[in-house]
Design a binder for this molecule. Structure first.
Ligand code: N01
Length: 536
């Protein structure tokens, strides 16, 4: 065996998995496609990239000394600062020496005779292939890492430069004096638009589905705030540990319709001004009661009409296909106001779909828009894409793509029946994208490493969920979603709707981070009920 554990990914989850495994005495090989650590924060360096969860929460909690020694400069950290933090963590815990960087995983098979996984890789720059073996295989491959490159006719014929927000060049392209076309209006597009509009000669934004976006009132932390954050960190983490989204923030103390109209508006204004994703959770029933959702939705739509001067453009920017918060709510720095600029134009692709990309630009049913540069902010094959692209196969020949043909089947969103000793961090069936991803990764990695150590102690070689236990968890995930308005968002990547041919199933666990954590703890406390532990 090359190592006890192979970890794919050097983002928040992968780095912590390596750190935790090493600290318990397990040998680890980390594999990462990028030339350095960072994961999503390595690749998504597009202009305006910034996290929508407050920096002090979107950071590791596992080491008090790390927490006390790192100072976040702003309320919402920008991509370079988050990347610098992850580099600092890699240095501080000497994690890079366990990794091979610039290496792509091209396949993985469980070798029953050897009692573990054989992971095949290709060196991205040299091209050579290798094979590595380990008893345990941790896929910390990220929920939003498999880039969606839409198959638009004529894309290869475009004469200008093409960039993807999710794979932005390390050297920022110079867009001054250029006519830029940007396709996609999710979180990435919405963050990039105001900045690109300020650089380019002209910007045309091609919108297939409008999203709700909340202003991000970012600002530097004052020295006094930084001092208080350090002092209150343990309490902040205690409040986050079992919270529904893994942050210390709750909702308003009354349901939307229990508050009188003035009180409702005041609560909404408060959340609007606080900014970030919290607006999606102003009232406790906002995501389960359509009438409560309407209160928040109408408030947000009024803000869009106030900001955007042209009522036709404002109407196009208002979503028509989902209750607010049921697609990931976006956060922005002046997105709507950008459409008041003379050099910016919105094209509603629902009225005039793209026919083709042509050498000189983008041709829709109504016009050809000349572009020197095309920016694709077209998102990801989320939650499952990075895993199904590897398509691991188990001891009885079962392949992940077949096991998930009718949608992801998992145990705790962490394990897959038919694939022993394999763990999917932030996989479908876990809260992942609905929670604070950093604390979520810590909870899952701790659970997984504890299971490995237990297996070692008991002389167990294979750990695998029973099919009925995985089916029961998957059913529980579906039921949790049914109790919310999430499934009503017909164009959401939470449901896989952005990828042609992908099974439409609400993939994250909507029961809450704290509830999920208790489920994981209960399984461990009951001697891993639901798992088959096999000794050779
Ligand atoms: O991707 P998206 P994203 N023709 O899938 C459109 C996190 N994140 O990278 O909705 C035309 O949301 C697509 O249209 P539609 C966050 O969780 C966080 O922006 O499928 N358009 C959509 O408008 C976020 O939710 C932060 O109809 C096409 C857009 O492209 C997640 O990442 C920042 C198309 C893709 O939007 C993903 O965000 C950035 C086509 N063929 C990201 N194909 C923060 O923390 C796709 N689209 C703030």
């Amino acid at each position: 065996m090359t190592a006890d554990v192979i970890v794919i990914g050097a983002g928040f989850a992968g780095l912590y998995a390596v750190r935790r495994a090493v600290s318990t005495g397990l040998s680890v090989l980390g594999i990462e496609a990028a030339p350095d650590v960072g994961g999503t924060w390595y690749w998504n360096r597009y202009p305006g990239a910034r996290c929508d969860v407050e920096s002090v929460d979107y950071s590791y909690s596992f080491d008090e000394a790390l927490q006390q020694s790192w100072t976040w400069s702003e309320r919402f950290a920008a991509q370079p600062e988050i990347l610098a933090y992850l580099r600092h963590v890699a240095d501080r815990f000497d994690l890079r020496r366990h990794y091979r960087f610039g290496v792509d995983v091209i396949g993985a098979e469980f070798d029953q005779e050897a009692g573990g996984w054989r992971v095949r890789t290709r060196d991205i720059s040299q091209g050579g292939e290798s094979s590595h073996a380990a008893q345990f295989f941790v896929c910390a491959t990220g929920c939003l890492s498999a880039v969606n490159r839409p198959d638009i006719p004529g894309a290869d014929d475009f004469a200008g430069d093409v960039y993807f927000t999710a794979a932005w060049p390390r050297e920022d392209p110079d867009l001054r004096g250029k006519r830029v076309g940007l396709i996609g209006t999710g979180s990435s597009g919405i963050q990039a638009v105001p900045i690109i509009a300020g650089q380019a000669e002209r910007l045309v934004v091609f919108q297939r589905s409008a999203n709700y976006s909340i202003p991000m009132p970012n600002r530097p932390w004052s020295a006094e705030e930084q001092r208080r954050i350090r002092e209150e960190y343990p309490e902040r983490r205690r409040m986050s540990a079992y919270a529904s989204a893994g942050t210390p923030h709750g909702t308003y103390h009354k349901k939307a319709l229990e508050a009188d109209p003035d009180e409702r508006i005041e609560a909404l204004w408060r959340r609007w001004r606080e900014g970030g994703v919290l607006f999606a959770k102003t009232f406790p029933d906002q995501n389960s009661d359509p009438a409560a959702n309407d209160v928040a939705r109408e408030f947000a739509e009024e803000r869009i009409r106030e900001i955007v001067h042209d009522p036709v453009v404002a109407a196009d920017l208002i979503p028509v296909d989902h209750p607010i918060g049921t697609k990931r709510i976006c956060t922005d720095a002046g997105y709507y106001a950008t459409f008041n600029r003379d050099n910016v134009r919105l094209v509603n692709l629902r009225r005039e779909p793209i026919d083709a990309i042509v050498p000189e630009g983008v041709r829709t049913g109504a016009a050809t828009y000349p572009c020197d540069v095309l920016v694709f902010a077209t998102g990801f094959d989320a939650l499952t894409g990075a895993l199904t692209r590897i398509d691991p196969s188990g001891p009885r020949g079962a392949r992940l793509r077949d096991i998930w043909a009718d949608g992801p089947v998992t145990f705790l969103g962490l394990m897959v029946p038919g694939l022993p000793n394999l763990f999917t961090i932030s996989g479908p069936g876990s809260p992942s994208v609905l929670a604070n991803m950093v604390l979520h990764a810590e909870v899952q990695v701790d659970w997984v490493i504890e299971l490995m150590l237990t297996a070692r102690r008991l002389g167990v070689h294979e750990v695998e969920p029973r099919r009925d236990a995985a089916d029961a968890w998957t059913e529980h995930v579906a039921k949790a979603a049914e109790q919310t308005l999430f499934p009503k968002a017909s164009s959401s990547w939470y449901l896989g709707a952005n990828i042609e041919g992908k099974k439409r199933i609400f993939m994250p666990y909507a029961g809450g981070f704290g509830t999920y954590r208790r489920h994981c703890e209960a399984v461990a406390d009951q001697n891993y009920a639901g798992l088959v532990l096999t000794t050779r």
